[in-house]
Design a protein around this ligand. Structure first.
Ligand code: NCD
Length: 319
């Protein structure tokens, strides 16, 4: 494998908000190369050889944690997963204490998911190594937005000039927030579609157009991104019943018919079939790119881990 020089100056990956568009493109380009590597039989490089990556997940996760673990291993790092029971955590101080203990073991990378918005930023100020935000409360989930952007670019050939509808539980979703920030930065039009109770007004101030019905919200869009009802973050009832929610806001082929005929369907997972999305549509390989999102997740995380740990010798995988 050969490498060529490229620019990427961030020390941590905490969110999309402060990330320049040029850094987003650098990550996507490098991730494209890693996507190719991952399709081959030999999936390993030695770029993180001798380095230690610790994954600290203070919240449940299937695909994000598996994806970061595989990404680190495919780059040659020693990867350790710290299993933290969600119930035993919750206070910022506990997180910092744990992080300081791990910091003393001299890791090169900490990948952190935490239920409190802002917790990962706080932690990044206390440790010496690079920190990656794997989702903090309702705040940001930057690698999800990056893997979504890569999936969009590989499916449509571009990542700007598109109209994207993000639908469902916007209020409790860090995925919606990071995607809105990234897609707006890359000059796309973003629509937020969902019931009034699940779209806070503040999102409109971030530059999105807001719709409260699927028919007008999906009209002529190029991308439809569905989100789960994040019931673990809800206090009280936000929707009358799941049946009614599916009827009004669940995506099926009938509702999708008003979108651009080539529109693709996305979902970050975990998916609740029959609630926010019809199962047959989710499995329709002509419309749904949900499994590509998972595949691109590993590639994007490899690119991020690579760029954050090779600060002094910034290099790009060229073949
Ligand atoms: C999302 C998350 O955890 O924020 N899932 C993911 O990372 N793929 C979305 C969700 O939990 O609904």
């Amino acid at each position: 494998m050969r490498f060529r020089s490229m620019t990427f100056s961030a020390r941590h990956l905490l969110g999309i908000e402060s990330m320049p568009a040029a850094d987003i493109l650098t990550i996507l380009d490098l991730a494209d190369s890693y996507a190719e590597l991952n399709r081959g039989q030999f999936k390993r490089t030695s770029i993180l050889e001798g380095m230690t990556q610790i994954n600290m997940f203070f919240e449940n996760s299937t695909r994000t944690q598996a994806s970061f673990e595989l990404a680190g291993k495919r780059l040659g790092a020693d990867v350790m997963n710290l299993h933290v029971a969600t119930s035993s955590v919750g206070k910022g101080e506990t997180l910092i204490d744990t992080a300081m203990t791990l910091n003393a073991m001299r890791p090169d990378l900490l990948v952190v998911r935490h239920p409190m918005s802002g917790a990962v930023n706080l932690l990044a100020q206390k440790v010496d190594c690079a920190v990656v935000n794997a989702g903090d409360g309702r705040h940001e989930h930057p690698t999800q937005a990056l893997l979504d952007a890569l999936t969009i670019r590989r499916s449509t050939g571009r990542v700007s000039g598109l109209t994207v509808a993000i639908c469902g539980d916007i209020q409790h979703s860090r995925v919606a927030r990071s995607n809105l920030l990234l897609l707006s930065k890359m000059q796309n039009r973003v629509r937020l579609v969902g019931p009034r109770t699940l779209i806070p007004d503040a999102f409109g101030e971030l530059g999105a157009d807001i719709f409260h019905d699927m028919e007008s919200g999906l009209k002529d869009v190029d991308i439809v991104m569905m989100l789960r009802l994040q019931e673990e973050r809800m206090s009280g009832a936000f929707v009358p019943s799941l049946r009614e929610y599916f009827h009004l806001f669940g995506l099926d082929s009938e509702k999708l018919a008003v979108a651009n005929p080539a529109a693709i369907v996305m979902h970050p997972g975990p998916m609740n079939r029959g609630v926010e999305i019809d199962g047959t549509l989710a499995d329709d390989i002509n419309r749904s790119v949900i499994s590509s999102q998972v595949e691109m997740g590993v590639a994007v995380r490899m690119a991020v881990l690579h760029l954050l740990t090779t600060a002094s010798t910034r290099s790009e995988l060229t073949d």
